[in-house]
Design a protein around this ligand. Structure first.
Ligand SMILES: [Zn+2]
Length: 394
């Protein structure tokens, strides 16, 4: 198959020669594409690498079900955890079904890799993990799904959870999660002892939800960076949200960024509407890997979201007050190459020898693709058309 007249992200025009699901070569545009048997002329359309959702919750979504109003009584993380318990209790459709609804939607929008957190606590046990393992297996030819064993109810305040997290890794979860060691569990060392010991014992990475803001959040980030270095987990630890970095004076944010960069701790932001976001450019300038994700989509936490990572890049850019093309390029990088580095997706990108995975859109540049979020004309996975005009090909 030859995808002729493709405009690559850097603006070069090439024919993409695909053989056996791989990119065999990027041919000069002067060559005559018609001598190839299976030629699809893209007419100069922009070809993007596959989009990556670095933080999603496949088990929480209610996508495809009748509308469920948000029931949180207050604005704290604890209020939302409580509200979610009520939704869980009345839920009749399995998470594997709603999770599948979401996977179909995100793949149709060009996402071919994701990291999903999966709730684990002493009431749920490993039920949600098992449900999303089914989703991973069902869609394994379309999308790679990393799973984080996520202690949504805390670890110390939900006795038995640490053992469940460990069991989750044994049963197929790829990383161990954490949640506000101080704000939820009230015990920084106790929480970090639990998750770092599992990570070291099982040889897996860590991804911690950290909403705690201000000096407390900064103190926790420094502790996470320190433990990452001690455990030799450089490059395998991420902190999601990290609102604290955006809520303290710049010099403190810079000092913390240096600690994170040295330890190889990445920061995930989804461009939240209601919180101070981390200073993305400052972090990147200090060598910290920043990447993006959807976080909650149509669940007990958020009524919003659709899993479209170009739209997510736009929202991150909007919240970060990005305007210049280089800034929009950073937002795009967060949902593509940077996320690939954090998730360990190798090889990645539109290069000879790599998988023939890409997304074709009508846009004049990456910056325009972020701003306009054009329709995904085609999503190609291993050289095969898997979605057309935003709809999965059956
Ligand atoms: Zn989350």
């Amino acid at each position: 198959m030859l995808f002729a007249n493709a405009t690559l992200p850097d603006g070069r025009r090439h024919h993409i020669d695909v053989q056996g699901g791989q990119i065999a070569a990027l041919l000069p545009p002067s060559g005559d594409p018609t001598r190839h048997a299976g030629t699809l002329d893209l007419g100069g359309a922009l070809v993007l690498p596959p989009l990556i959702d670095g933080h999603i919750h496949l088990d929480k979504t209610l996508l495809g079900l009748p509308w469920v109003p948000n029931q949180a009584a207050g604005n704290r993380v604890a209020d939302r955890i409580e509200a979610e318990r009520k939704v869980r209790a009345t839920r009749t459709v399995p998470e594997a079904e709603t999770g599948a609804n979401l996977v179909r939607q995100v793949v149709a929008s060009g996402t071919l890799h994701m990291r999903s957190h999966v709730d684990i606590d002493n009431q749920l046990g490993l039920k949600n993990l098992h449900e999303i393992l089914k989703v991973r297996e069902r869609f394994r030819d379309l999308v790679t799904i990393q799973m984080v064993a996520f202690p949504q109810s805390g670890i110390l305040r939900s006795p038995g959870t640490a053992a469940l997290l460990d069991a989750a890794i044994a049963e197929g979860a790829d990383l161990v999660g954490g949640l506000d060691p101080v704000g939820i569990d009230g015990d920084l060392d106790g929480h970090l002892d639990a998750i770092f010991s599992i990570a070291e014992r099982r040889g897996v990475g860590i991804d911690i939800h950290l909403h705690d803001s201000g000096e407390s959040g900064i103190h926790q980030l420094a502790a996470i960076a320190h433990r990452t270095e001690v455990a030799g987990l450089n490059g395998r630890v991420a902190v999601s949200h990290a609102f604290a970095l955006g809520s303290v004076p710049t010099d403190l944010a810079e000092r913390t960024a240096d600690l994170l960069a040295e330890a190889g701790v990445a920061i995930m932001s989804h461009g939240p509407g209601g919180a101070v976001i981390p200073p993305l450019k400052l972090l990147r300038d200090h060598g910290v890997e920043v990447f993006g994700g959807s976080d909650n989509i149509r669940d007990a936490w958020s009524p919003f979201g659709n899993g479209d990572m170009l739209e997510r890049a736009m929202m991150i850019g909007y919240r970060a007050n990005f305007r210049h093309d280089e800034e929009l390029a950073l937002a795009f990088d967060m949902v593509t190459a940077a996320a690939a580095r954090v998730l360990g997706i190798v090889p990645y990108g539109i290069e000879p020898g790599g998988p023939a995975d890409f997304v074709i859109v009508e846009a004049g540049s990456l910056a325009e693709a972020v701003a306009a979020r054009p329709k995904r004309k085609l999503v190609i996975k291993a050289g095969r058309i898997v979605a057309r005009d935003g709809v999965l090909v059956p």
